[in-house]
Design a protein around this ligand. Structure first.
Ligand SMILES: C[S@@+](CC[C@H](N)C(=O)[O-])C[C@H]1O[C@@H](n2cnc3c(N)ncnc32)[C@H](O)[C@@H]1O
Length: 218
């Protein structure tokens, strides 16, 4: 049975996917939610549960950060709170408009952009890149391209943190989402990035569930 919080996302995704528009469901979902007619299932109060522990010893002062598929900006605001000069982007212009409204006065620069066609100046442009459950929101047919695009944003000497749901190697899934296998996590080590650490960490709010938390450096 579909979790009631996921029902609207499943409906919009089903329509867009059947029309061959794999990322075409985010804007209609956010627009409907903006009008009070749908629920965005990842609209939560706090940053992702695996971010605060990672951020405990991180000082972003003087460093730039990019948050991929930022939605309403909960993770971007957390990253900015560590001192990073933060840019956050999403394919949905409604999400970006609402993120700006929710975080009025924020230092985060919220931008509408497509990971699969990003501004050229972002390539190699950020000391820290956060990819949290965005690549898994795109079908497997886009995985390789999305992974390479994320990795390409990391500047020399920079870091990439990937947080994602876990899928067993060799299994298929009827998404969204399409969680990542270990080899799909390892694939972020491309274009000069290398694996620093890959772990399956329990979620603080639900320790029976684990997520990937993987750190890469260039
Ligand atoms: C599952 S949601 C996660 C949002 C946010 N990272 C969070 O944890 O709350 C995936 C987000 O990625 C965005 N997204 C999906 N495909 C994208 C793309 N190609 N470029 C930019 N953003 C994208 C969606 O609009 C959505 O906000």
């Amino acid at each position: 049975m579909v979790d009631p919080r996921d029902a609207d996302a499943s409906r919009f995704a089903g329509e867009a996917l059947s029309e061959g528009r794999p990322t075409g469901w985010f804007e209609p979902l956010y627009a409907a939610a903006s009008g009070g007619e749908a629920v965005v299932p990842w609209d939560l109060e706090a940053p992702h549960g695996l971010l605060p522990e990672w951020g405990r010893d991180v000082d972003g002062s003087g460093r730039s950060a990019l948050v991929v598929g930022c939605g309403y900006g909960r993770d971007a605001e957390f990253v900015a709170s560590l001192g990073f000069r933060t840019t956050a982007f999403d394919i949905s212009e409604t999400a970006i408009r609402d993120a700006r409204a929710r975080h009025a006065g924020s230092g985060v620069e919220y931008v509408t952009a497509d990971l699969l066609d990003p501004p050229a100046e972002w390539v190699g442009g950020f000391d820290f890149v956060l990819e949290s459950i965005t690549v898994q929101s795109m079908p497997l047919s886009l995985r390789a391209e999305a992974t390479e695009r994320v990795a390409a944003m990391v500047a020399p000497g920079g870091e990439l943190l990937v947080i994602s749901g876990v899928r067993a190697e060799g299994t298929d899934v009827d998404g969204p989402p399409w969680p990542l296998t270990r080899s799909e996590i390892e694939a972020f080590a491309t274009g000069g990035l290398r694996v620093e650490r890959i772990e399956q960490a329990p979620l603080p709010a639900n320790p029976d569930m684990t997520s990937w938390r993987a750190l890469f450096t260039r």
